[in-house]
Design a protein around this ligand. Sequence first.
Ligand code: GCO
Ligand code: MN
Ligand code: MN
Length: 387
Amino acid sequence: MAYEPDKKMKFTFGLWTVGNIGRDPFGGPTREPLDVRGICDLLGDVGAYGVNFHDNDLIPIDATASQAAEIKKEFKKGLKDNGLVVPMATTNLFSDPVFKDGAFTSNNARIRAYAIQKTMRAMDLGAEFGAKIYVFWGGREGAETDAAKNPVEAIKRFREAIDFLCEYSISQKYGYKFAFEAKPNEPRGNMYFGVTGSYLALIPTLAHPEMCGVNPEVAHETMAGLNFVHHVAQALEQKKLFHIDLNDQEIGRYDQDFRFGQANIKQAFFLVKLLEDYKYDGPRHFDAHALRTSNYEDVKEFAKGCMRTYMILKEKAARWNADKEIQQILKTVNVEDQSVSKLTKKFNPGNAKKLLETPLDRIELASAPLPYERLDQLTMEILMGIR
Ligand code: GCO
Ligand code: MN
Ligand code: MN
């Protein structure tokens, strides 16, 4: 059947996403918890490629060694029976009260050390399941009042932790690539490194920039009212898009984690088009969860819906690229002129002199047509299924 999830797309979910039990700040769970085996079976059923986890999604923080061994055995079997892989792992540095004022950026050196220690152990766990991408989402790294923490120190502390953990990965030969995930707020009033660009700026200041990239999430830039596609484009252009969290979100709302494409299909389309046009080949991770009203069957529909929407939009993107009228408009607006481009390509005194002497008539230049109404309408008609 068309639009079936293709394993080559590397569609993944988190234990915490399809395992979400429908709790929110106003009410308790609406779904029975699934154990790791149950989650693997669900994901196998819907045709996912893999599953990711936080250390404590898999092994509860207070589990004994024998409980941990038992869960790992179950999980390994669940993965194998369902043909699933684990491309990414991460650390829960936000749920336990010890992290209430941050982990790597905490004011307390002992809590910072504990956060690094917990991450080392979680990296061991991820490596045991074959994970090659390690995500850092700054769950509680932030503040409600800047009286509480020095934001410059917070950056320095975060860098120190990452530099340490890069060396740990190297010394253990884990081969991890680190992917930083920005978010503007929630759960903290304000989080440090609020947008993907914040991490793109941090990376060159790290001891191992080559190991580090980003994990942008649709909901996060969108919460801040920003254009997510542009942030992903910058990461791609810098070859730093190591992972991506797909979901959806309405601007100005609480963190909704909607099914991919649920809220803004046009943004989802341009995102898929960008990823496909630039041949992104990392995991396409759905960091979303089903509505609180969903039961088990509907959670499956949620998971299938995320992947199916992606596959449909991928086809729409190919249709857009093949559309003769669209391509004609793009050709018209992308004016090429080698005689000036060769001057602006690289500065040298000769080129600068020639450029200053080149007649460029702004009134004539401004009169070139830009039929973007037509272009956008054609895009809409492709999306609405009549073109
Ligand atoms: C959120 C984040 C998290 C992270 C996860 C993996 O808004 O809560 O998106 O779901 O992605 O902790 O790092
Ligand atoms: Mn999120
Ligand atoms: Mn996320």
